[in-house]
Design a protein around this ligand. Structure first.
Ligand SMILES: Nc1nc2c(ncn2[C@@H]2O[C@H](COP(=O)(O)OP(=O)(O)OP(=O)(O)O)[C@@H](O)[C@H]2O)c(=O)[nH]1
Length: 271
């Protein structure tokens, strides 16, 4: 059996590190083992110790100082350096078999939407290190309540999906921050989206000049059939457990085993 790896992706502040920690807490609760692999060279101190930490190879702060680069240039430099030193990663990941490895990725989504840094790391993990990988993509629930922002978030999720070519799970994080009944009702539309309803909502929010574009995006969302979002509240172990069972399903599928029956439509709790 190959090793299972979960890539945790999404824009800055979407809740990626918190989600990684919640996965570890859940794993501990159910007697499974998981480890966090930190791929963010600018990571803050974390609740759980990182088992593998890119900062042991290179840190953003050092690169900015020594190469006189700004944060974005330095980040790209760090990843190019990692790509030139993948044997370091191989060695660090060497002994972890039959355990979950959770890859906490930086929030600069250009690393997987514009330049092929993360796709190259993914190919290496799959090809050289025999990982069965799955991508989780987090979008903040309070942010996407508005249809046009939902479209924009969905397109960035889709872009990551196309570039990484991994089994892909979308997550609406910080669901607990959507409190009032009206907003929670709106949010439900985004968990199992019906593109014609989304289109109506987007059209009512945008200038008619953009209606054709809305239509095209709604069709794209429909064609891909990938836009189901799972709700996440980091402190709610049940919501984390549900996502982990999806990860288990898709990574088994990725290994060529039969997937379980698809889960029922996702709901958020009534207030
Ligand atoms: N209310 C609530 N807050 C959350 C949740 N998940 C994360 N947060 C908060 O959101 C903020 C950002 O979370 P992080 O986990 O650091 O986000 P990140 O995506 O790792 O951020 P970057 O590393 O900057 O890309 C923190 O203040 C978290 O406490 C959640 O489910 N509910």
């Amino acid at each position: 059996m190959s090793r299972v790896g979960v890539m945790v992706l999404g824009p800055a502040g979407a809740g990626k590190s918190t989600f990684c920690n919640s996965i570890i807490t859940h794993m501990q609760n159910v007697g499974r083992r998981g480890h966090i692999v930190n791929l963010d060279p600018a990571a803050e101190p974390n609740k759980y110790e990182f088992t593998v930490d890119i900062r042991d190879l290179i840190s953003l702060e050092d690169v900015m100082e020594e190469m006189d680069l700004g944060p974005n240039g330095a980040l790209i430099y760090c990843f190019e350096y990692l790509l030139q030193n993948l044997d370091w990663l191989d060695e660090e990941l060497g002994d972890y078999n039959d355990e979950y490895l959770i890859f906490d990725c930086p929030g600069q989504i250009e690393l997987y939407t514009h330049i092929p840094v993360l796709p190259n790391i993914v190919r290496h993990l799959q090809g050289q290190l025999n990982f069965s990988l799955c991508a989780t993509y987090l979008l903040e629930a309070p942010f996407v309540i508005d249809s046009s922002k939902f479209f924009s978030g969905t397109l960035s999720a889709m872009s990551a999906m196309i570039l990484l070519e991994l089994p892909h799970i979308n997550i609406l994080s910080k669901i607990d921050m959507v409190k009032d009944e009206y907003s929670r009702k709106r949010l439900k539309r985004f968990l199992n989206p019906d593109s014609s309803l989304l289109l109506q909502a987007a059209d009512s929010d945008t200038n008619p000049r953009f209606h054709k574009l809305n239509q095209a995006i709604a069709e794209l969302v429909d064609d891909f059939g990938m836009v189901q979002f799972l709700p996440l509240e980091a402190k709610n172990d049940d919501s984390v457990g549900t996502i982990i069972s999806y990860i288990d399903d898709v990574t088994q599928w990725a290994e060529g085993q039969e997937p379980k029956e698809p889960n029922d439509e996702v709901e958020i709790e009534e207030m």
